[in-house]
Design a protein around this ligand. Structure first.
Ligand code: HEM
Ligand code: HEM
Ligand code: SF4
Ligand code: SF4
Length: 391
């Protein structure tokens, strides 16, 4: 059933790419919400104005987060989107689903919502778009009875997310999926009941390739790394050379720390290596991470809402990451407590450290100042020494 003419949106179906317009049109055959979403969006394109009201408090009983309230400014013209709330559902670690569990959740969303989803949102959750207020409780009752739960939103811990790690990737230095699940379970209260100055995100990558972009998107990034020497198979290095790889140009000269050389064989000055993964990712068969596995803990990244964007920087260069992760949880609790005690509303932990400096932060979490805590190459993270430190 076609409810509106949408000449401007139709333009976005042209070309070789998948189109969200085509997908919303499919959903519109079954759902008035999706049909009216198209109508309202076409109007926005025509008038160059947005017609969504800002925010609104909605949720389900017992939870402070997980639902993001959305209302149309034109409820009489587009009644199907009068309420159009977003529901976040906590994704499984590493985004693994059985096809019947995906069908289950999508069937339920056809039953209670607009049929529109985003897999996955930037936080990692399954994002169900377009729920009427009165459908929230019944939808939640049904998904939770089948073992699903809401994710985080608002000033809460956001749903932890991770790369698929050791389940598929030989480079993973830690069990990312187990850690994401452990943190999700350990911080249930903080996830569902916003009580902090603003959002806080954990993202976990198995290595510095950082497939979850934790370094740009997480207040606390946990990135797998190693101690000891990069494993080298010189025979495989030769094979790469024989197959036409220019090892000097593609590997040695691209090493950011200049710690590699290649004459008759490949040599690495491991004391200088920053474990960036470039060489290992390029010469998969010849090189591998060193023997002792763990993670670097970084702090502070965020996107530019209040002030500019930040990338995470190192706080703890190496920490063992094995169940039950007590050392990490203890550190995370201290970081969050310091931030919670000191931040203004809507101030992220990275911004607070910029405002107050690394010294009070490091003192509060009981971590020594270390040379690895560089903010970017050749800059220390604004650390001001006390007189007695210099003595
Ligand atoms: C009333 C209209 C809407 C407004 C004002 C709005 C605004 C927002 C805001 C502010 C967030 C972030 C919330 C947070 O992080 O605390 C968000 C999340 C999101 N919205 Fe909307 N949105 C609206 C409708 C839609 C529609 C129509 C779509 C797509 C068709 C959409 C897709 C998403 C997705 C994918 C997320 C990310 C969820 C996640 O990463 O967990 N939203 N929206
Ligand atoms: C110049 C263009 C844009 C800017 C400056 C911008 C900026 C931002 C910022 C600052 C955030 C918050 C991120 C965070 O704190 O985690 C955000 C989130 C988001 N943006 Fe954009 N955005 C732009 C374009 C878009 C477009 C074109 C879309 C979709 C078609 C989009 C969809 C989203 C969604 C869904 C989120 C929610 C992520 C989450 O919190 O889970 N953005 N955007
Ligand atoms: S971040 Fe590293 S360990 Fe995780 S999937 Fe990517 S390459 Fe593999
Ligand atoms: S991991 Fe990065 S820094 Fe270390 S040797 Fe390889 S390219 Fe150089």
């Amino acid at each position: 059933m076609k409810k509106y003419d949408t000449p401007l949106l139709d333009e976005l179906e042209k070309g070789p790419w998948p189109s969200f317009v085509t997908e919303i049109k499919k959903a519109a055959q079954k759902h008035e919400a999706a049909a009216d979403e198209l109508g309202q969006l076409e109007k926005s394109y025509k008038t160059k104005r947005g017609y969504w009201k800002h925010g609104g408090i909605v949720g389900v009983l017992g939870y402070g987060g997980g639902v993001i309230g959305r209302y149309s400014n034109l409820p009489d013209e587009f009644p199907g989107v009068a309420h159009f709330h977003t529901v976040r559902i906590n994704q499984p670690s590493g985004f693994y689903y059985k096809s019947d569990s995906l069908r289950e959740i999508l069937d339920l969303w056809d039953k209670y919502g607009s049929g529109l989803t985003n897999m996955h949102g930037s936080t990692g959750d399954m994002v169900m778009l377009g729920c009427k207020t009165e459908a929230l409780e019944p939808f939640f009752a049904e998904i939770s009875s089948r073992g699903w739960d809401l994710g985080g939103s608002g000033s809460a811990l956001r749903t932890p997310s991770c790369c698929m790690g050791a389940s598929k990737c030989e480079w993973s230095n830690i069990d990312t999926m187990n850690l994401a699940n452990t943190l999700t379970q350990a911080y249930q209260d903080e996830l569902h009941r916003p009580m902090w100055p603003y959002k806080f995100k954990f993202k976990i990558a198995g290595c510095a390739v950082d497939c979850v972009a934790s370094i740009a998107r997480a207040d606390c990034s946990i990135i797998g790394t190693w101690r000891g020497d990069i494993q080298i198979d010189q025979g495989e290095v030769e094979n790469y050379a024989k197959q036409g790889m220019d090892i000097k140009a593609e590997i040695v000269d691209m090493c950011p720390t200049g710690c590699m050389s290649y004459e008759s064989k490949l040599e690495i000055n491991n004391a200088e290596c920053s474990r960036c993964m470039h060489c290992i990712a390029k010469m998969t068969k010849a090189l591998g991470p060193g023997p002792e596995k763990g993670a670097s803990i970084l702090i502070g990244s965020k996107a530019p809402i209040v002030v500019g964007s930040l990338l995470s920087w190192v706080v703890v260069p190496f920490m063992k990451m094995e169940p039950p992760y007590e050392e990490f949880k203890d550190l995370a609790d201290k970081m969050i407590e310091w931030w919670d005690d000191n931040a203004k509303p809507r101030e992220r932990i990275g911004e607070l450290i910029e405002a107050k400096g690394m010294r009070p932060f490091l003192e509060a979490i009981g971590v020594e100042a270390q040379p690895q805590q560089v903010y970017e190459p050749r800059k220390d993270p604004f650390f001001f020494w006390k007189d007695e430190d210099l003595g």
